[in-house]
Design a protein around this ligand. Structure first.
Ligand SMILES: NC(=O)c1ccc[n+]([C@@H]2O[C@H](COP(=O)([O-])OP(=O)(O)OC[C@H]3O[C@@H](n4cnc5c(N)ncnc54)[C@H](OP(=O)(O)O)[C@@H]3O)[C@@H](O)[C@H]2O)c1
Length: 268
């Protein structure tokens, strides 16, 4: 891979104030990219600006709540006006939901879809129009490993990411002729504040996880996947092998997952 791959590339990232989004922002800035960092909180953006003061020349901050279409439209207006161009859009903003399907509150499910699906969809919609004008670009959607191997208690969250993954797969085929590339990342479990902030019921400390990555490692692996233009990006070999195994042996895969969650499924 060319060492200067990210040099002067403009990358728009949503959900930059913590976890994966923040790590990707730091790594991309270090690699020489210009980052348009989007967050819904002015205070958090200020904090990020102070933390990354040495990169201030290449860091552009925009306040937007991606679950509002108007905020996404305005964000692209600002980008067009101030920067004129962009190369990548990374739809990273997301919120979790842990709950048995039967007990999911409508409002929680709506909030999760508003951010994870509609937020990414609005950004994609305006991103596509912008990249068409520019003659090309790449859109990366941070989905979840659960889309490829669903597990108990994450039905509402995984459904929002599955919807995003599917619409992106369709867009990829439609947009090839415009030189617009769509990549989907399917991270396994990352040690961020994601679980703490998730809606629904609290995640138990000992909830089963196939992998357990630091945000830094996950961010590096996703960025590497983007450099390689991987249609499907995984954050660990173990995750990738389990997805292949699930495709080949879906019933055995179900059995393994049910066994792993046996205690929880019995309500223990
Ligand atoms: N952690 C995991 O195990 C895991 C696994 C697979 C996939 N993912 C996905 O990876 C992405 C990053 O998650 P993370 O683990 O880094 O969690 P995180 O630390 O909670 O970060 C989520 C980010 O999204 C932002 N956000 C949430 N709703 C938003 C909205 N409506 N508009 C704008 N920004 C919004 C949050 O900002 P606020 O501070 O304002 O809330 C925060 O900066 C998410 O899409 C998540 O679904 C995470």
């Amino acid at each position: 891979m060319r060492k200067d791959f990210w040099e002067d590339k403009i990358v728009i990232i949503t959900g930059v104030t913590s976890g994966l989004g923040k790590e990707m922002t730091k790594i991309l800035l270090k690699k020489g990219a210009k980052v348009v960092a989007i967050s819904r909180s002015k205070e958090s953006l200020k904090g990020l600006q102070n933390e990354l003061i040495s990169f201030s020349k290449n860091l552009f901050l925009i306040k937007a709540d991606v679950s509002f279409r108007k905020d996404c439209e305005d964000a692209f207006k600002i980008i067009k006006d101030k920067l004129k161009t962009a190369d990548f859009l990374i739809n990273n903003a997301g919120v979790g939901l842990r709950c048995e399907v039967e007990e999911i509150e409508d409002l929680d499910l709506k909030r999760v879809f508003d951010t994870n699906f509609f937020g990414a969809f609005y950004m994609m919609k305006y991103g596509i129009a912008f990249f068409k004008e520019l003659g090309g670009g790449t859109i990366v959607n941070i989905c979840s490993l659960g889309v490829k191997r669903p597990v108990p208690f994450t039905g509402g969250y995984t459904a929002s990411k599955a919807a995003l993954s599917t619409i992106a797969d369709v867009a990829r085929m439609e947009l090839k002729k415009y030189n617009i590339n769509i990549l989907n990342a399917y991270p396994g479990s990352i040690l961020t504040s994601f679980r703490k902030k998730a809606l629904g019921k609290p995640y138990p400390e000992d909830e089963v996880r196939l992998s357990r990555l630091s945000p830094d490692v996950a961010a590096r692996r996703i960025i590497r996947g983007i450099e390689k233009s991987r249609k499907e990006i995984y954050t660990s070999k173990k995750d990738y092998i389990f997805v292949l195994f699930t495709r080949l042996f879906p019933h055995i895969s179900d059995f393994i997952v049910e066994k792993a969650f046996e205690k929880r499924l019995k309500g223990l």
